[in-house]
Design a protein around this ligand. Structure first.
Ligand SMILES: NC(=O)c1ccc[n+]([C@@H]2O[C@H](COP(=O)([O-])OP(=O)(O)OC[C@H]3O[C@@H](n4cnc5c(N)ncnc54)[C@H](OP(=O)(O)O)[C@@H]3O)[C@@H](O)[C@H]2O)c1
Length: 119
């Protein structure tokens, strides 16, 4: 795949759930194309490892996308550090494949909380 290496030069991106999977892959790509990228996740150890892997243009801010206080803190930290955002990837989320009999109210709330309220 070809791409323009400076397409996102000077742009600031936020990727929720950027410590693994598609979020981490997107962070790699945006940095390769010139952006600085803020990535989030709940597991700080994994987030720190991902930031180290991504290099100097990556910044990690730990937090839970289902927690509105954490989202306020995240917005304040990004505003304080970067002033504004050019790109947001609301990627944090979970999936759980169960039979209908196995789905509990708690599991439903976790999935909806992550994938809808979080976004
Ligand atoms: N892979 C698929 O086939 C597929 C299909 C449809 C939709 N999706 C959706 O696409 C997104 C990415 O999928 P993926 O497979 O790349 O997922 P993944 O590898 O499991 O990564 C999910 C990322 O989101 C973070 N995360 C999860 N819940 C979070 C929360 N409440 N607050 C903050 N961070 C949270 C995880 O870190 P922590 O666990 O440390 O928080 C991790 O960094 C998800 O929303 C997923 O539901 C995926």
């Amino acid at each position: 795949m070809t791409h323009n290496g400076s397409r996102f030069d000077g742009k600031t991106a936020l990727i929720t759930g950027g410590s693994s999977g598609m979020g981490l892959a997107t962070a790699h790509r945006l940095i390769a194309e010139g952006a600085r990228v803020v990535v989030t996740g709940r597991d700080k150890k994994r987030l720190d490892a991902s930031v180290a892997e991504l290099g100097g243009q990556a910044h990690g801010i730990a937090g839970d996308a289902t927690d509105l206080d954490d989202l306020d803190d995240l917005a304040a930290a990004v505003a304080d550090r970067f002033g504004h955002l050019d790109l947001l990837f609301a990627n944090a989320g979970i999936g759980s494949f169960q039979t209908i009999e196995q789905v509990t109210g708690e599991l439903f709330d976790q999935v909806i909380g992550s994938n809808l309220k979080g976004a």
